[in-house]
Ligand binder design. Structure first.
Ligand code: GAR
Length: 208
């Protein structure tokens, strides 16, 4: 099974969905640890109750972002992950983490629209009729990496940030479980910005 470390900052409902999925041995991925940037992240208690190792690397305990990123990378490395999943992790990851691990991020909007920390609020304020969620590989930018999958959600006339985010989270959980399982079982290829799930197709020289 692929080893997965999940990073969270809050509730951790997407992390919990991954834990549920990984309970099935056929899923292909194991959540080997859950980490957070703050001790108050409720999802840390959820993970503990599920018997999953946890760590907290508090952003405020370090003099600067680089030192925090380095400490976080060391914590993650202890669990030797194949994939790091940022699921509601509200901090920007730097080169100390990104140079060592394959990181995917879950984002509550249809990127490249509405990157950043307030995606649901900004989509509502913009008046879009369709929004959704994106899973992408994390690169040096903020929510700019190659897109792995997206799912749409309609904005209803009476939506507020809370109701819309709740419907987005419902589809996020399904998409995250699907994508992590496929990455783990089938691998992926990346050609410039284009992500393809599954092993590479044989080139012409290998064709019978
Ligand atoms: C999710 O909707 C995720 O897309 C979002 O935080 C929520 C976490 O929910 N992430 C971002 O906004 C990242 N910029 P959860 O803790 O219940 O999984």
């Amino acid at each position: 099974s692929a080893r997965v470390v999940v990073l969270i900052s809050g509730t951790g409902s997407n992390m919990a969905a991954l834990l549920d999925a990984a309970a099935d041995p056929g899923y292909g991925a194991d959540v080997v640890a859950v980490g957070a940037d703050r001790a108050s992240a409720a999802g840390i208690d959820l993970a503990k109750q599920a018997g999953v190792p946890t760590f907290v690397t508090p952003f405020r305990a370090y003099p600067d972002r680089d030192q925090w990123n380095t400490a976080l990378a060391e914590e993650i490395a202890r669990f030797e992950p194949d994939i790091v999943v940022s699921a509601g992790f509200m901090r920007i990851l730097g080169p100390a983490v990104l140079s060592r691990f394959t990181v995917i991020n879950l984002h509550p909007a249809l990127l490249p629209s509405f990157p950043g920390a307030h995606a649901v609020r900004e989509a509502l304020a913009h008046g879009v009729k369709v929004t959704g969620a994106t899973i992408h590989f994390v690169d040096a930018g903020v929510d700019t990496g190659p897109i792995i999958d997206q799912v749409t959600v309609r904005v209803e006339p009476d939506d507020d940030e809370r109701s819309l985010h709740e419907r987005i989270k419902r589809v996020e959980r399904t998409m995250l479980v699907d994508v992590v399982g496929r990455l783990a079982r089938d691998g992926w290829t990346l050609d410039k910005r284009h992500v393809r799930l599954g092993s590479p197709e044989p080139g012409p020289e290998q064709a019978p």
